[in-house]
Design a protein around this ligand. Sequence first.
Ligand code: AMP
Length: 218
Amino acid sequence: MLNIILMGPPGAGKGTQAKKIIDAFAIPHISTGDMFREAIAKGTPLGLQAKAIIESGGLVSDEITVGLVKERLSQPDCASGYLLDGFPRTIPQAEALKKMGPEIGRPVNLVIDISVPDEELVRRISGRRVCPKCGASYHVTDMKPSKEGICDRCGGELIQRKDDNEASLKVRLENYYSSTAPLIDFYKAEGLYHHFEGTIGHVELFRQIEKTLKEAKQ
Ligand code: AMP
């Protein structure tokens, strides 16, 4: 069983690796960022509440985020594994997950952390383009789609995320180091932590992650 957390700062390549992992291991991709963006696009009460926080680079409250994840993880498609992307992002979220996982019979059994130096994160995020339809990520110079502005996966029109600007990125990186990086020690202590270098190229990175996941699945 693969009940996985994928962590790393914004721009580490989580989204790109997540797509490869869910295709290779046939498990659902649970991205809290995607769930919030969907709620914003639909104009739901959750979306209205989260919009300003997300666009400025802040973190949505633990209470709202934990509730959202609990509901999603309890759905039948998560019974044979899942990939959490962007959650947990704080110690209280990790504590809540540690409690809820066993309660719903779906405890986390592996944490993948991708690290990338700050200058490279800034370069990646400022050139990032995403597909709002399927969530695929591209880069204006490093990972161009075959047809400019169009998603290779689903034909959607690529956009720049509203929070992919310098001011929001600064807040997101600060939040990452103050609130999310402490999860590294948390999961080391749980014996679940696996670290990967995010600058080795997305193909080699996936090869290494896939190897770890195949070993864990045995
Ligand atoms: P992401 O797509 O993972 O970069 O998430 C985009 C934004 O959604 C973040 O900058 C936060 O504002 C919000 N968000 C996503 N996941 C969480 C979380 N686990 N806790 C709080 N806020 C979150």
